[in-house]
Design a protein around this ligand. Structure first.
Ligand SMILES: [Fe+2]
Length: 351
């Protein structure tokens, strides 16, 4: 059977002709899909996000140094970005989420502002600071989970005696992906508050709702899910043996209006790992940020062990397997963009 052959140099000629064609169409702002298709449609997620861990001992020391370098007022928000080592310069910990550690020193305030990015705080260390959101001023204690939803005015202050640090997670990369970032400042430094601390939790998260509460609300009206109220629920679940082989005793922070996630772009969980827990491997498409509220253990992410202790923060990238084990009884907070992926029909999980 005759085989078609090409004269020597034909390959070079074809490559040259193609390049000339690409150069020509580039002038019309067009480019060949066939040159990039394999990078656009991958058999599995091909993330730049790397697994990483930030030790609180380092974070605390470096944050307190920031307190000497810049005031909260000058910085507007004194935050050190937890930058994913696979995405330097991108101000993000996962492809869709920003994360940072915020420090507020005694006597400081972080002025009221608002933005279309939703934010959450998970309080790490120090007592005596507050966050004010939509008229409620809530005191911040270790393990508290505080929400400032899309466009909600918020300010922070520390009338106490200790430096206070917390984990910030915002959906800024997602908002900026859609080119939907808006932000605004106010004339006054602090918003007027007229709701007692805990008002929104009692009002919305007690099995009743105020008459006339909206039937649909795509974000939780609760400002603070206090650790003091969450921790005993984990204990209750543990005592009844409700322990997942991968996640331990885990509950999801819920929007009490509809049972959905606390925010449309971000969802969070709190999990208790019993002492000696050896979790089975798990992976999902939502890259997940973990903060350690209690205990110590190891999480193996994509084959690499990450040892953690109280207030450490670590991240597991999309579709990389991870497995937790706990040397002591431990509590892990976690947050990801799962609600956004689910709303778009993209989310997957596996072993
Ligand atoms: Fe903010």
């Amino acid at each position: 059977m005759a085989v078609a052959t090409q004269p020597a140099g034909a390959k070079h000629n074809i490559a040259g002709a193609r390049q000339a064609y690409y150069d020509k169409i580039a002038k019309f702002h067009m480019t060949p899909l066939w040159e990039v298709l394999k990078d656009l449609v991958t058999p599995e997620p091909n993330t730049q996000c790397l697994p990483a861990l930030w030790k609180f001992s380092d974070v605390k020391r470096l944050m307190l140094e920031a307190g000497e370098v810049i005031s909260a007022e000058e910085a507007e928000r004194r935050v050190l970005v937890l930058e994913n080592p696979g995405m330097p310069g991108k101000s993000r910990i996962t492809n869709s989420l920003f994360s940072g550690i915020q420090l507020i020193l005694p006597g400081e305030i972080a002025e009221v502002h608002r933005h279309t990015s939703s934010a959450i705080r998970f309080v790490l260390a120090g007592d005596g600071a507050y966050t004010a959101v939509e008229g409620e001023k809530t005191m911040m204690a270790h393990g508290d989970f505080i929400i400032t939803a899309n466009w909600a005015p918020h300010d922070h202050g520390n009338p106490g005696r200790e430096p206070v640090m917390w984990l910030d997670v915002l959906d800024m990369p997602t908002v900026n992906h859609f080119d939907t970032s808006f932000g605004a400042h106010y004339d006054e430094k602090m918003q007027k508050t007229n709701h007692a601390d805990g008002d929104s939790f009692d009002r919305y998260a007690s099995g009743v709702l105020p008459d006339g509460a909206p039937a649909q609300l795509n974000r939780s009206p609760v400002i603070n899910y206090p650790y003091a109220k969450m921790r005993p629920i984990l204990q209750r679940l543990k005592d009844t043996g409700d322990i997942d082989k991968r996640h331990g005793v885990r509950m999801r922070y819920a929007n009490p209006i509809n049972g959905g996630p606390v925010l449309p772009t971000m969802g969070a969980n709190l999990a208790l790992l019993p002492q000696g827990f050896k979790g089975e491997p798990y992976r999902s498409t939502d890259a997940t940020i973990f903060a350690v509220a209690e205990g110590e253990g190891v999480t193996v992410i994509d084959g690499k062990p990450f040892e953690w202790g109280v207030n450490d923060v670590f991240v597991a990238p999309s579709w990389k397997r991870y497995a937790h084990s706990a040397a002591k009884e431990s509590v892990l907070f976690s947050i990801s963009d799962r609600p956004a992926q689910q709303a778009l029909g993209l989310w997957r999980e596996g072993n």
